[in-house]
Unconditional design. Structure first.
Length: 254
């Protein structure tokens, strides 16, 4: 039975972890850029709005990049008050222009204080050896400056038991590396073995159907449970099976 499940996961991984996956996925937003700093910012913002219809997410992500003059890292570093005000008309579901402006300013503080998101995550993982701890410290540091309270709902709190799906997805993009060309693998100081599955409706339903975990809530305890099960199939890169579970969910939906 375990061998059958392994074969299924491998087949699905092979089907979806390929460049054809990119265009319809939010990862297409950072894939527009070649500079690592642009990818880091574009990826974080695209992941932040990644809930709901994927086509709408992709459209909204590209619209963000247009508002940032297709130079997200430079915009974060240097945008004037007038340029920041141009973000006010943005909206993606509950994430509005004020939220986007506060996130850009928070990213600017992260750049000034830590050298960027990658430098922060790498340093905190090296210091703690714990990705959950790094996630908790990141949220605290990200909201350390002035911001509207309402924008905090757009960054999940692992301290409250949230699954942190969008942050785990972003970390997959930036940490995972292989020869498939989907994930970027630019944060080399974090091992792929330290990543956790981005758990959402699709991966949760498929993971339970395959017997990978039993917890009914899509929370952090469920993330730990399903990631531990996937580590049994690939201890060094368990989150590559995100492609398998998410892809199977898409197939079921279709």
């Amino acid at each position: 039975m375990a061998d059958d499940l392994r074969d299924l996961l491998e087949r699905l991984h092979d089907r979806y972890n390929r460049p054809e996956f990119i265009d319809d996925d939010p990862i297409s937003v950072p894939h527009r850029f070649t500079d690592p700093a642009d990818r880091e910012v574009a990826g974080f913002l695209a992941a932040t709005i990644a809930w709901g219809n994927r086509k709408a997410i992709v459209r909204s992500g590209h619209r963000m990049m247009r508002l940032m003059d297709h130079a997200p890292a430079d915009f974060v570093r240097h945008a004037s008050d007038r340029e920041l005000a141009q973000l006010d008309g943005y909206v993606h579901r509950m994430f509005n222009g004020g939220d986007l402006r506060d996130f850009v300013l928070a990213l600017r503080r992260m750049e000034q204080r830590h050298g960027g998101l990658g430098a922060f995550f790498e340093s905190r993982y090296e210091a703690t050896g714990s990705m959950p701890q790094a996630l908790a410290e990141f949220r605290h540091e990200f909201f350390a400056g002035p911001h509207a309270l309402r924008c905090e709902k757009h960054l999940s709190a692992i301290a409250k038991g949230a699954a942190c799906k969008r942050l785990c997805m972003y970390l997959r993009w930036m940490v995972r590396r292989d020869d498939r060309g989907v994930d970027f693998g630019e944060w080399r100081k974090i091992p792929m073995s330290a990543l956790y599955l981005p758990l959402d409706v699709h991966t949760g339903e498929v993971g339970r159907a395959l017997g990978l975990f039993t917890r009914r809530q899509n929370d952090w305890r469920a993330v730990e449970e399903v990631t531990a099960a996937l580590r049994a199939f690939d201890p060094g890169d368990p989150v590559r099976f995100d492609f398998a579970l998410f892809g199977a969910g898409i197939d079921r939906e279709n």
